[in-house]
Design a protein around this ligand. Structure first.
Ligand code: CMP
Length: 475
């Protein structure tokens, strides 16, 4: 910063000094002719220093104008630096105009027109030879002036649909880094002729992901299930909820599209893949089915829906859960029949704090984290593994969920609903009491650190039992 500043100062001093030297030289030279243009035999030769010195002065003037215009006005009003090429062209134009005027003044009896005709012919020849280069050059200027995209934006350009992140715009080409980490250079003149699709970095850009389900599946359920599964996936923006909608009714499938918005568009390949993964798990968990070719579809639909885990296995798992220890094997079997298995992907939220809930879960395979909202983000208060249960608080008391429960790896859980529990309470009155103890323990766990936690737990057990009885209509 400081080096830049002293450089700037030096440049201004050199500029002022040279202006003074040139102006003084012109002054003394002109004074020797009484401030008139030389006349006589060698007048043309004597005029050369005048033309050179005044042209130099003109050049310095053009530079000063350039600095005034671009360093101050342009930067302050438009808040970005003018491209170097635009500045150079400005100086060149201003200088050419000045030079032509000076030349006409000093050598008034020479015809500049003739000079231009000859130079115009040269210009045409050079122009033809440099057609492509000049094309790129001018397209580069228009790209810089328009600024349709910036470094860091994702663009799709050219007939071959080159896609990648813009790394730079030179006077010859746009440099793109593709998602295969290759560099593609698209010449400016080609880019100027083609449509360019831009996904600006500071913009919420959307993506579409497609999938198909069978006709037997409910569209309303599919929309809900897929949207919930997709919304908290990594890099899916929380600012706009994903949209799930029917794209078409195909021969053997309902065709869907998911429109979602990304935080970082450059990672859309990974995010698309994650969204598809979430859809797979969500459909499977909720008994929805991806569409297959019609022949396969008939075979699939002829079979009854297959539970993820066999009933015996579920009954075994439930018998090892402490809240269900008072149940007889017949009751366990009944409970297993009413239990549904679900598979969650790593990172998926099974339960959200504050939401209503009418079921509890037993971890059958995998691991989940219980998280409570905290100032610096969710804080994990417990990790539950095979045989542990959660979600009982809302199920038994009707209160909103007290914590988030998130899958730490692919996790299969067994869901036990309100109706199944009500049936058990009706047949086994002692169960309500043992469950209220367990819930009280959990709540004491939450309030850990407080001195009265042990007493609170005793006191709360009675309160909980009363609320379970009330909520389930027990006597
Ligand atoms: P529920 O409130 O229905 O939903 C969130 C669940 O997280 C809650 O029931 C409990 O099952 C579980 N939970 C809350 N706090 C803890 C904790 N401290 N230890 C273990 N599990 C908890």
């Amino acid at each position: 910063m400081a080096a830049n500043e002293s450089n700037r100062k030096n440049r201004i001093i050199i500029f002022l000094l040279s202006t003074v030297v040139v102006a003084l030289s012109l002054y003394f030279y002109m004074s020797s002719f009484g401030f008139k243009l030389p006349e006589g035999k060698h007048a043309n030769w004597l005029k050369i220093p005048i033309l050179v010195l005044s042209a130099l002065l003109g050049y310095l003037g053009a530079r000063a104008l350039n600095a005034a215009l671009f360093d101050f006005v342009f930067r302050i009003r438009r808040r970005y630096e003018a491209p170097t090429l635009v500045r150079n062209i400005f100086t060149l134009l201003a200088f050419t105009i000045l030079f032509v005027l000076l030349f006409k003044y000093v050598y008034s009896d020479y015809d500049l027109g003739a000079l231009f005709t000859t130079s115009a012919i040269f210009g045409v020849i050079i122009g033809l030879a440099l057609q492509d280069t000049l094309g790129n050059f001018f397209s580069g200027i228009s790209l810089h002036a328009d600024r349709p995209f910036q470094v860091g934006d994702v663009i799709v350009v050219g007939q071959q649909k080159h896609t990648g992140v813009v790394e730079g715009i030179t006077w010859r080409a746009i440099k793109i880094r593709t998602f295969q980490n290759h560099i593609v250079l698209v010449s400016n003149s080609n880019a100027a002729k083609e449509a360019i699709e831009v996904a600006p970095r500071d913009n919420l850009n959307a993506r579409l992901v497609f999938f198909s389900t069978i006709y037997a599946d409910s569209p309303a359920k599919t929309i809900h299930v897929v949207r919930e599964a997709v919304r908290d996936a990594d890099n899916v923006s929380e600012r706009i909820k994903p949209i799930v909608r029917i794209r078409g009714l195909g021969d053997s499938s309902i065709d869907w599209e998911i429109k979602y918005w990304l935080e970082d568009y450059a990672k859309y390949n990974d995010t698309d893949a994650l969204v598809r993964q979430r859809v797979w798990y969500a459909l499977r968990r909720n008994g929805l089915t991806f569409a297959f070719p019609t022949r396969t579809l008939h075979v699939e639909r002829a079979q009854p829906a297959r539970p993820i885990t066999a009933e015996d296995e579920i009954a075994d798992r439930l018998s090892a859960v402490d809240v269900f220890s008072p149940l007889s094997s017949e009751e366990l079997r009944q409970l297993a029949t009413a239990t549904a298995g679900h598979v969650f992907a790593p990172g998926e939220t099974l339960i959200r704090a504050g939401e209503e809930g009418a079921s509890m879960f037993v971890v059958h395979n995998g691991r989940v984290a219980v998280q409570v909202p905290d100032r610096g983000g969710p804080r994990t208060v417990a990790v539950l593994t095979e045989g542990n249960f959660f979600g009982e608080m809302a199920l038994f008391t009707g209160e909103p969920r007290t914590a988030n429960v998130v899958a730490m790896e692919e996790t299969e859980v067994l869901e036990i609903g309100h109706d199944a529990m009500k049936h058990l309470f009706d047949t086994n009155p002692g169960l309500a009491e043992s469950i209220s103890w367990t819930i009280a323990e959990r709540q004491a766990d939450l309030a850990k650190g407080s001195a009265e936690s042990a007493q609170t737990s005793l006191h709360e057990t009675a309160g909980l039992l009363a609320s379970i009885k009330r909520f389930f209509g027990l006597r």
